[in-house]
Design a protein around this ligand. Structure first.
Ligand code: PRP
Length: 174
């Protein structure tokens, strides 16, 4: 594969799939049938998680994506966030479920949530596979969290380091 080897598998593919299935069941129970649900994935990190999660949600839904870019290029995100791709789907009148791979510093969400709230969705909830629990107060706390993650650089299952490792079926630390 090249680059740095992974050090330790933190969450195996089996552990992830069991947790994602349980989250999907919870989410299914939460949303009233017959109301519009829009699952909004934050790219790129959430692409595998979202693909697995929506297949565990047993209610009609729409899928769209947001591309947000943080300025800077390190393992620590900088404070500024830019919307690079904006969802075509209307948010107004829909229950919006924002799907994130990880909440780290919370900067991304703290800038994104107010932007989405201004579009007046019926409701706005957040689902994150990993939560490091190291952020300050969040604009909105995640209603669904897969795992409370250790304060390490985590890759795989959508997450990268320097754009590699996203394809790994498990989550590992570097
Ligand atoms: C990562 C991750 C979250 C964000 C979390 O995205 O996908 O969106 O950082 O960090 P924060 O809580 O400190 O803001 P990244 O900018 O690495 O882009 P990517 O999803 O395209 O990999």
């Amino acid at each position: 594969m090249g680059g740095r080897p992974v050090q330790r598998i933190v969450y195996s593919a089996d552990e992830i799939s069991a947790r994602v299935a349980a989250m999907g069941r919870d989410i299914t129970r939460h949303y009233p049938r017959g109301e519009k649900l829009l699952v909004l994935g934050l790219l790129k990190g959430s692409f595998i998680f979202l693909a697995d999660l929506v297949r565990e949600i047993d209610t009609p839904l729409q899928v769209d994506f947001l591309v947000v870019s943080s300025y800077g290029n390190g393992t620590v995100t900088s404070g500024d966030v830019r919307l690079v791709y904006d969802p075509e789907a209307e948010l107004a009148g829909k229950h919006v479920l924002l799907v994130e791979d990880i909440i780290d510093s919370g900067n991304t969400l703290n800038r994104l949530i107010p932007m989405l709230e201004r579009r007046q969705p019926l409701s706005l909830e957040l689902c994150a596979l990993l939560h490091k629990r190291i952020s300050g107060p969040l604009a909105r706390e995640a209603r669904w969290v897969g795992f409370d993650a250790p304060p390490e650089v985590l890759v795989g299952y959508g997450r990268d380091h320097a754009e590699i490792f996203r394809h790994l079926p498990y989550i590992a630390s570097l």
